[in-house]
Design a protein around this ligand. Structure first.
Ligand SMILES: Cc1cc2nc3c(=O)[nH]c(=O)nc-3n(C[C@H](O)[C@H](O)[C@H](O)COP(=O)(O)O)c2cc1C
Length: 147
């Protein structure tokens, strides 16, 4: 296994970061890059690049998508991680199309529910309460382990 970096955006509840922290605990070598702190990064030295985000208006966060457009080198092995109030497969479309445009090779995608207090859901204390759960985190590590 070569070097791995994961660029992420996790600002609503820190849900996606929780998933990445679990992965980092399993593999301390993984490099986590917060795209709100770092707008440019040399990713050529990594063998595998993860792109991770909460889902906003059915897409990966605009900042994460922009980061990928600017910094994702062509032809890399890539994987995607998302947390969402409504974890459906189309949530990956935005990020997958950028990876495709860069001729990258997708090696996997993982998504789990994340506490969502957006808009009207706030009134009920949010939906997907308690997520990501311990089981979600276990599944995320299992996904990463099998990449
Ligand atoms: C402004 C906003 C828009 C959102 N839009 C969606 C959406 O379109 N689909 C969805 O499944 N979840 C949506 N959510 C819920 C988030 O994807 C979910 O809470 C996610 O786990 C947040 O990740 P984070 O805490 O890592 O930022 C939205 C949340 C916010 C705050």
């Amino acid at each position: 296994m070569g070097k791995t970096a994961i660029a992420y955006y996790s600002k609503h509840q820190g849900n996606t970061k929780k998933v990445l922290d679990a992965i980092k605990e399993y593999d301390p070598e993984v490099e986590l890059i917060d795209v709100t702190e770092k707008h440019e990064a040399d990713l050529t030295k990594y063998d595998r690049i993860g792109l991770a985000s909460g889902i906003y208006y059915t897409k990966f966060a605009e900042q994460l998508l922009n980061f990928a457009k600017v910094n994702l080198p062509t032809g890399k092995d890539v994987f995607f991680i998302a947390t969402a109030g409504n974890p459906i497969s189309m949530n990956f479309n935005s990020v997958a199309s950028i990876a495709t445009s860069k001729h990258c090779n997708e090696i996997g995608r993982f998504q789990c529910p994340g506490l969502d207090k957006f808009g009207p859901f706030k009134m009920f204390g949010g939906i997907q309460k308690g997520h990501p759960t311990e089981d979600d985190l276990k599944n995320a590590v299992e996904f990463y382990r099998n990449l």
